[in-house]
Write a protein that binds this ligand. Structure first.
Ligand code: MG
Length: 158
């Protein structure tokens, strides 16, 4: 059976942190605030994978009250989500994700992001799509207050 899962996440910008998206550090004057490395793209993808296998969300599996998660790379969260899928005999067919940000430009970093995400999930980079768009200046994302990401995972379940 093929199932699909949806993931969405948003984090606000804060000064003095690196900006990590899809496991890649991107040069920018601010980073994202959060308990882990605040990799909003990896979080959306992890939730999509968890949704596709009928699991509870990332906040349940990786609570931000857990000191063991403080500052970790969110690629570890992706690995753990993929392990939960594997434990159910599931195979992740594809990931499709969109980053919504006014700045910085995401395009130049898409290929390394795909490599890192695919590596964490144990699948070919060619089946991990990362796209980017702005919010056309509208709302909080449009004002550059943070970055949002959404993702869909397609999974083959036994
Ligand atoms: Mg998050």
């Amino acid at each position: 059976m093929t199932t699909s899962g949806l993931g969405y996440d948003v984090h606000r910008f804060i000064a003095g942190r690196p900006l990590i998206l899809g496991g890649v550090e991107i040069p920018h004057d601010r980073g994202l605030d959060g308990h882990s490395d605040a990799d909003v793209l990896s979080h959306a993808i992890a939730d999509a994978v968890l949704g596709a296998i009928g699991e509870q969300d990332i906040g349940h599996h990786f609570p931000n009250t857990d000191p063991g998660i403080r500052g970790i790379s969110s690629l570890e969260i992706l690995e753990k989500a993929a392990n939960l899928a594997r434990a159910r005999g599931a195979r992740i067919n594809s990931i499709d994700a969109t980053v919504i940000a006014e700045a910085p430009k995401i395009g130049p970093h898409v290929f390394p992001m795909r490599e890192r995400i695919a590596g964490a999930l144990g699948m070919p980079p060619a089946r991990v799509a990362v796209k980017a768009t702005t919010n056309e200046g509208l709302g909080s994302i449009g004002r550059g207050e943070g970055i949002a990401a959404m993702a869909v995972a397609s999974v083959e379940l036994p």
